[in-house]
Design a protein around this ligand. Structure first.
Ligand SMILES: [Zn+2]
Length: 201
């Protein structure tokens, strides 16, 4: 498998958010499970050790029959807040840096840098690239935007117009397919293209 700069985005991996789990008491002696529903692993067992102030996680690397048991222990750091109290941070077991989010991976729990996790999903980056490409062709056709209804500019030769249209159509279809898939997931009330415009693409 080819390894790119990033292997996954945060919305694709199981992860622990320090503020969130602190909010429901996980960093206060909690022993029990955390569910990730449709992610892998779907569920982990965690134990907070008050004395050492560590979180240990036990889980299986995936849901298949070749799954390996994983055990990962993370130290917590409590930093004083400006207005009193403390805020907990994870200390990444690999690089020892403070982090508020850990990915739950086959290799153990890791920060975004060590786990090579990105915020922007790769699919979204590709979609943006397609939109830029589509808009470039649209501009040559005298349109403002790739999704505008195409119309041949008066001075453009019909062959040139036909060629540009042939280039634009598959790009437009692919953008719409990607957006439709994302909208199916997000279950939002907006049309897909309206959403893309709202995201400032
Ligand atoms: Zn790290």
């Amino acid at each position: 498998m080819a390894v790119g700069r990033y292997v996954a985005s945060w919305d694709e991996v199981a992860s622990l958010d320090c503020d969130h789990i602190a909010g429901w008491g996980a960093l206060d002696g909690y022993v029990g499970t955390v569910d990730f529903d449709d992610l892998t692993p779907a569920k982990i067992h965690i134990e907070h050790d008050r004395e050492r102030d560590t979180i240990s996680a036990f889980y299986f690397s995936d849901n298949g029959k070749d799954a390996e048991p994983v055990r990962s222990t993370v130290h917590l750091e409590r930093c004083p807040c400006r207005f009193g109290g403390t805020r907990a941070f994870f200390r990444c077991p690999a690089c020892q840096r403070r982090t508020l989010r850990l990915a739950v991976l086959k290799r153990g729990m890791l920060c975004g840098t060590c786990g090579r996790i990105t915020w922007a999903s790769r699919r979204e980056t590709q979609t943006r690239r397609l939109i830029r490409k589509g808009n470039k062709i649209a501009a040559r056709m005298g349109m403002d935007y790739f999704a505008d209804p195409p119309k041949r500019p008066p001075h453009m030769r019909p062959e040139t117009y036909a060629r540009l249209l042939t280039e634009l159509q598959p790009i437009r279809a692919e953008i719409e397919r990607r957006v439709a898939r994302r909208m199916a997931k997000a279950k939002g009330p907006l049309g897909g293209l309206a959403t893309i415009v709202r995201w400032g693409l």
